[in-house]
Design a protein around this ligand. Structure first.
Ligand code: KIV
Ligand code: NA
Length: 277
């Protein structure tokens, strides 16, 4: 299938066709996602937790992100890919934000970048849009500021914080973002924002009434064992399967069941005597 772009995603919003997307951090996962017909891939800084084993996303660097984005692009050459800007790649200045977002495009061939925050990052979003870069906003539960939020907690559940999120969403659109991701907020609020905004509005843990759904691959595949948020639906339990396969292999090696004659390279026919000598 031809790679989708911004206009296809706008059309999908208008026609009510839902976007299905997932995170990926490596070549095989990206390739499987593309083969499965995923509309879009996020190379999230969640890679810190899902594949690098950190407790949060704060330690993830630009170089980590670029390396993983490159692998994902090789695995999914025909899928719209979003590079996630890691902590401190955009917090300091507009200039920093443009330089780092530019790296996602120049070095890893990403189609867009995502950054966390509402009105407090408006000048960043504007600077990126002015540089011709497709920017996705991300509000609600924003893991890079989970310390301020008091942990990985749902947002917008009381009227005052819901109003703040609506103001953030409007400001993000106004600043030139091409889309927005809502994380862990009530579906009623998601629906209001998705109807109010012209740009596509996507959900991770923010309910159905919007333009598409994102899940973290490690969560939905059952590969991430540290914790599973309420909003995750598990479509597989690959950790169980992987442990089972590893155990069986260990057992086979110890008992001599592996390798068998099927797994070895015999001496070339007719050369057996020379070998023996
Ligand atoms: O890094 C990531 O995967 C994300 C999602 C949690 C939205 O930003
Ligand atoms: Na992220």
């Amino acid at each position: 299938a031809k790679k989708k772009g911004r206009l296809e995603f706008v059309k999908m919003k208008q026609s009510g066709d839902k976007v299905a997307w997932v995170t990926a951090y490596d070549f095989p996962t990206a390739s499987f996602a593309e083969q499965a017909g995923m509309d879009m891939i996020l190379v999230g800084d969640s890679l810190g937790m899902v594949v690098l084993g950190y407790e949060g996303t704060i330690p993830v660097t630009m170089d980590d992100c670029i390396r993983h984005c490159q692998a994902v692009r090789r695995g999914a050459p025909n899928t719209f890919c979003v590079g996630d800007m890691p902590f401190l790649s955009y917090q300091i200045s507009d200039e920093d934000a443009v330089r780092n977002a530019g790296r996602f495009m120049k070095e890893a061939d990403m189609d867009a970048v995502k950054l966390e925050g509402g009105r407090r990052v408006i000048s960043r979003i504007k600077a990126l849009a002015d540089a011709g870069i497709l920017v996705m906003g991300h509000i609600g539960l924003t893991p890079q500021s989970s310390g301020q939020l008091g942990g990985f907690k749902a947002q917008g559940r009381d009227p005052e914080s819901a109003r703040e999120l609506i103001r953030d969403a409007l400001a993000i659109q106004e600043a030139g973002a091409y889309s927005i991701l809502l994380e862990a907020i009530p579906p009623e609020l998601t629906e209001y924002i998705a109807k109010k905004l012209e740009i596509p509005v996507y959900s991770i843990g923010a309910g159905a009434p919007c333009d598409g759904q994102l899940l973290i691959c490690g969560d939905m595949l059952g590969l991430f064992e540290a914790f599973t948020p309420k909003f995750v639906k598990k479509y597989a339990n690959l950790a169980e399967e992987e442990i089972r396969a590893f155990k069986e292999y260990v057992e086979d090696v110890k008992t001599g069941k592996f390798p068998t004659d099927d797994h070895v390279y015999h001496i070339l026919p007719g050369k057996e005597e020379e070998f023996a000598a």
